[in-house]
Design a protein. Structure first.
Length: 346
């Protein structure tokens, strides 16, 4: 391996790591607030690319019908709860959240995205559909069992992933897709040729991460989410709704998955079931951060991307195995470092 090859591999690793950073950040955020290991995060990534591909082909994506049925189910559950509590205000809010907003996005996808539409508009509608789906998954699956143990929540997350896989096969079919990427000529940076796609991925990831930082640092809702993440019971005592916090983080998780799908779609062929491996790689990055520390999760995701790129060069058949082996030393170090003094280690 010479320097030129190493620089190319490093560029690929950083690009992949930037995508995994979004996934890892979303996984850490969801787990911190709701104690849910959001296994379907990768499925939403794959669905985003498949949705955009359908728009590019001039077709109506099956995601529209997934969101429509999920919205109908979520709205039904909310109206039943509002009727039990005789809460008209909740009924009105439910109609807006699970009726009006999904309906607007669905109508836009059905009638306002012709094949000749600009790529940015197609991306925006695809992202809106997946973001809605993230919130709907929380309402249907996880909100009714919010007080359950993490093990039960994990089982529910795995069941949701399997269900989305089956739905994806039925709706999108078994064919793989690649979407249109960032166009433009390559340019030189520090002696390295950088493609427009790589620059676009890195810039988009930086913008999303910066937006999340601003949201959590300066907005009232962001600080409420941080409070719920640090002390769920304390947040409830001071009047912060953990239901609203969970709904918000799932919206953010859906948005992160949508952006990831838009970024990864041009770089690799995605199938209806490709999201599981992508989600696992984001999970490895999140494990490095202890499922609680965002900067460490981002650093772990960049490490995963870099290791994956160099492993593809040296041993492509074992690329995924090498990436997942990163979990072992991290878990070993964390288990040793958290042993109590009475166990014989100071």
């Amino acid at each position: 391996m010479n320097t030129d090859v190493a620089l190319i591999l490093l560029q690929d690793g950083l690009v992949n790591g930037a995508i995994y950073t979004l996934l890892a950040t979303a996984l850490v955020l969801v787990f911190s607030v709701t104690r849910v290991i959001f296994v379907p995060q990768g499925d939403l990534v794959a669905f985003t690319a498949l949705t955009l591909s359908a728009f590019e082909a001039g077709q109506r994506p099956g995601t529209v019908w997934i969101v429509a049925f999920a919205a109908a189910g979520a709205l039904s559950l909310e109206m039943i709860e509002a009727a039990r509590q005789r809460d008209r205000a909740r009924a009105v809010r439910s109609v807006l959240r699970f009726g009006v907003i999904p309906a607007v996005v669905i109508l836009a996808a059905l009638f306002l995205v012709p094949k000749s539409a600009p790529l940015f508009w197609k991306m925006a509608v695809s992202a809106a559909l997946i973001t809605c789906l993230g919130a709907l998954i929380y309402r249907i699956v996880f909100q009714p069992m919010a007080a359950a143990s993490p093990l039960v929540l994990l089982i529910a997350a795995i069941a949701t992933h399997l269900g989305l896989n089956s739905i994806g096969l039925h709706v999108f079919g078994p064919e793989g897709v690649r979407t249109e990427g960032f166009s433009g000529s390559p340019f030189a940076l520090f002696g390295m040729i950088v493609t427009s796609q790589a620059a676009g991925v890195l810039a988009s990831s930086v913008v999303v991460v910066a937006a999340l930082y601003i949201f959590f640092r300066f907005s009232l809702r962001g600080r409420a989410l941080l409070a719920a993440a640090h002390n769920r019971r304390g947040a409830e005592i001071v009047g912060i709704s953990t239901v609203a916090a969970g709904r918000t983080v799932f919206v953010l998780a859906g948005l992160a998955a949508a952006v990831s799908g838009l970024l990864v779609g041009p770089t690799t062929t995605l199938y209806y079931d490709s999201g599981f491996i992508l989600g696992l790689k984001g999970f490895v990055g999140a494990i490095v951060g202890g499922m609680a520390v965002y900067p460490l999760a981002a650093a772990g995701a960049l490490l995963v991307g870099t290791v994956e790129a160099f492993a593809s060069f040296w041993a492509s058949a074992y690329r995924d195995v090498i990436v997942f082996l990163l979990i072992i030393p991290v878990l070993f170090w964390r288990s040793v470092s958290t042993l109590a003094p009475e166990d014989g280690l100071e």
